[in-house]
Design a protein around this ligand. Sequence first.
Ligand code: HEM
Length: 217
Amino acid sequence: MWWLSLYRSTIGKKVIMAVTGLVMAGFLVLHMAGNLQAFDGPARINGYSAFLHGTGELLWLVRVVLLVAVALHIDAAIQLTRIARAARPQDYAERRVQVSTIASRSLRWGGVVLAVFIVFHILHMTTGTVHPSFTPGDVYHNLVAGFRVWPVAVFYLVAMAALGLHLYHGVWSSARTLGIVHPNPQPLHRPVAVVVAVVVAAGFALIPIAVLAGWLR
Ligand code: HEM
């Protein structure tokens, strides 16, 4: 079967990483924009959350798509790392960076930080298991009370920095894998990747920053 041999090939795994990564990036743009409604007050963001939860099957469809995307993305990442290590079992005596960026070199570790973040985030903001005073339906309260615990807010900010780097290299790399853009060694000549990474990471980071600064209370 053609799809099985594609899945087994290195380029097939890269295509899986690219497509699942872009699906998740699309979700993140919408999620970040939705969160910014917190600046409009509790009624606005709580109303938005009630609307999302009221969509029933649609909410579950999005959850299943994201879960499958995350699982395939992590599985392909582990397999590609194994293939790369097997091809170069002995490390270089000296590494001299040429065209790589911090974003590309931190991709694997950044991915691990994000995986830990997602588990914590769901236990924090969705199930409330690790939240000091989780109130179902009151997203505004959950955000403010959750980020008043400053080590948690700092953890979110570190994770958003990792997310920015991951998105910057990931969006660019996906576009290369899928043949949408041409190679360009200049890191800043990747405008779409830069804009997506900066807007998403900064947009998300605004909420914990606003709580720490007392703008959201
Ligand atoms: C500062 C950054 C973030 C904040 C303040 C935030 C806030 C929230 C809140 C309040 C909810 C619950 C919404 C509701 O129940 O109506 C939520 C759900 C969710 N967040 Fe985030 N989020 C952030 C970053 C992220 C990131 C970076 C990811 C993914 C990498 C993510 C993935 C999710 C997912 C998948 C859900 C839905 C869980 C479910 O209901 O099944 N979030 N987020």
